[in-house]
Design a protein around this ligand. Sequence first.
Ligand code: B12
Length: 317
Amino acid sequence: MDDRRGILRKLESEGSLARVISVDHLGEIRRDLDILHADGFIDENLFQEWLNHFTYEIPKELPDARFIVVAAVPQPMYTLTFRWKGRKVPVILPPTYADGDDIDGRVKGQMTRAMGNRRFKFCKTALPLKTLATHSGLASYGRNNVTYAGKFGSFHRLTAFYTDYPFADDHWQERQVLPTCGTCTACIDACPTRAIVDDRFLVRAERCLCYLNEKTADHAFPDWVKPEWHNAIVGCMHCQRICPHNSTVLDGFEEREEFDEQETEYLLAGEFDGERASNMHRRLKRLGLELTLFPRNLSALLEQTNRFDPARLSKSP
Ligand code: B12
């Protein structure tokens, strides 16, 4: 069915970019990951923690699913401010952590509205989203293994839905790497943990700061992680900030939330229970943060406060 006035147009008019893939490719999508896993390229702990929950079958709720719509929704970097010892300490919250459920819900709502009174359904996938984005031509891989979608650079959240809507075209294609990555080593040089390596395309995600700081706070950072490498309340911006392909999206930070002295002390004390913990949990949840990340991630940033210079939030690391 022609979509010229339909779903993809609607998503684009709402500021996102989107493509579609036929469900006939589910086996190929699975194979991309399975081969790397079987050949030992993926750390087994990381695989079990993060990559074992994907489901490559058409969902029972939507047995007539024929296509997968994959969308890239732009998101900025945010700053959170912690008031601490009489100072205001701004810290980075990278794109894609905050508002995940809201964004997914918004995209589903936009697609549903695009259908008017035609009753097609949308059901969220549990699939590897970068695989969908790159095989649909929505995005290309950067050398840092993050995806880049048009003018959004890498600052976009990916989301995908099965649908029974019969699109006319299947956008399935070979995955691409940004052409400029062929001669650029900026992200390889900037990654302090050496997660991005010369000798293979696949990042050593088990060394990525994001992998280490998304674990619960009872996992201390390994000794080889230098304190000055920490740069965000969760995740990491080293490889995306240095990337020339992000030069147009790097300028803006959206100020998001401020924590007063008592709240900062509370998060640093790490004793979370009762109503105060529930309230803080709700507040953090909207930011894509969990209480379980505290106090470790916040301490790691505040411990560098003497060296902290807000200019570090600008383009050059
Ligand atoms: C697990 C996971 C993580 C783990 C592991 C990351 C990893 N590289 O596997 C950790 C916690 C470390 C992590 C970190 C980050 N993540 Co993450 N993560 C995920 C998750 C749940 C699955 C990713 C996945 O499929 N990994 C498996 C690997 C093997 O897949 P892959 O990276 O696509 O690798 C493929 C290519 O390397 C390709 N390949 C191999 N060789 C070659 C050669 C060529 C020539 C080509 C073309 C391809 C190719 O084959 C691989 C398999 O298909 C997704 C959400 C989802 N449901 O998909 C979010 C997701 C990928 N993460 C996201 C983000 C933003 C990040 C961070 C940037 C967060 C941050 N700012 O701090 C970092 C980036 C780290 C990095 N450089 O990869 C976004 C990506 C958005 C974007 N623009 O790319 C996602 C999609 C979440 C979302 N909803 O938006 N993440």
